[in-house]
Design a protein. Structure first.
Length: 342
């Protein structure tokens, strides 16, 4: 089965082509970083308009690079939520129109499920079951993953997600958009032990997290220290986030009896987080898997793959194109239950 995947939930237009026999054939991605840089964040209307400009040329490029044509497609998968409403509508409209014109089924995919399954596109894909740490944009969650569509929420952030904390801390340090990668680059030249920043909810006894207090502590540091301390503040902040996530990850594995952790989402590309998780979980005999770096950000490959998994395991997820709904806010467990109730 040949699946075309379309991702347009925020500020990246991603297209992927996945064959259930041959694997990922091709992918194309356009990032809107330069478009939004002047505003210090994503402008929803500009994001939607740019998706409209980019999506069809990227579909053509992906098909050409994969040596396939529209007539070869068996289904189209697209991100139906969560995300920016206007941006989601662009991808959904193109996907539904293509499927309708070609007479093939279409499947709406949950954005976080795409991230959650993206490590399975790596060279050594993890086996089910595993604990997933989703650190994507406004989401930081621990999920018990027993199969495609079988997800149990174990814990999540009660305020700022890790990605939001990275971006807000970067703003406090006067770094350019996008803040997270800029902060990580600054932190590489800093001392992570110089400032004893708090580790919020580390001893909470559950798997919930909070990063707003950490951001406040950074704000106070920035005001009391000169610019020469910024690299050390960035490194100390990174270390605090990595400490919290690695400790909570160990708790999640212990509470579920699992020995595999899968990390997915944009923050999963952070070098310090990867090193801390690999080291601490390795000492406990647990294994950790990350998606390829190029698949940490939003991309069409993960949507194509998630769509293929859905259609393979739950054929009822496919439907004929026409009437459709997007979900700017969408609970992952509710999505899974709607397609494959236990």
């Amino acid at each position: 089965m040949l699946i075309l995947g379309i991702e347009s939930s925020c500020d990246e237009t991603g297209i992927g082509l996945y064959d259930t026999q041959a694997g990922l054939l091709s992918e194309a991605l356009h990032s809107q970083v330069a478009l939004h840089e002047a505003y210090g964040g994503v402008v929803p209307e500009l994001a939607s308009r740019d998706h409209i400009r980019r999506i069809i040329p990227l579909v053509r490029k992906t098909l050409q690079d994969g040596n396939r044509s529209l007539q070869d497609l068996d289904a189209v998968a697209y991100t139906a939520g969560p995300g920016l409403a206007g941006a989601l509508l662009v991808g959904a409209s193109v996907a539904e129109s293509l499927a309708l014109a070609l007479g093939i089924p279409v499947v709406g995919v949950h954005h976080l499920e795409g991230h959650l399954l993206s490590p399975l596109l790596g060279e050594n894909p993890p086996e089910f079951p595993f604990v997933a740490l989703l650190v994507s944009g406004g989401h930081t969650q621990f999920m018990a993953v027993r199969a495609v569509g079988d997800y149990e929420l174990l814990g999540e952030t009660v305020d700022d997600a890790a990605g939001e904390a990275f971006d807000k801390t970067a703003q406090l340090l006067g770094l350019p958009y996008p803040g997270g990668p800029a902060l990580s680059r600054l932190a590489e030249g800093g001392n992570p032990e110089r400032f004893a920043l708090p580790r919020p909810m580390l001893q909470s006894g559950d798997l919930h997290m909070s990063f707003s207090g950490l951001k406040t502590a950074v704000s106070l540091l920035v005001k009391s220290r000169g610019n020469d301390a910024h690299a050390d503040i960035a490194a100390s902040f990174e270390a605090a986030v990595a400490d919290v996530l690695s400790q909570k990850a160990l708790q999640a594995l212990e509470s579920t009896g699992m020995d595999r952790l899968v990390v997915a989402g944009g923050v999963g590309a952070n070098r310090r987080l990867r090193e801390t998780l690999s080291h601490r979980l390795g000492r406990r005999g647990a294994r950790v898997a990350f998606p390829p770096l190029r698949l940490c950000t939003d991309n069409g490959a993960m949507i194509a793959y998630a769509g293929a998994c859905r259609l393979g395991r739950h054929p009822q997820a496919a439907r004929q194109p026409g009437r459709f709904t997007i979900h700017p806010r969408w609970n992952l467990q509710e999505y899974a239950q709607a397609i494959a109730p236990r």
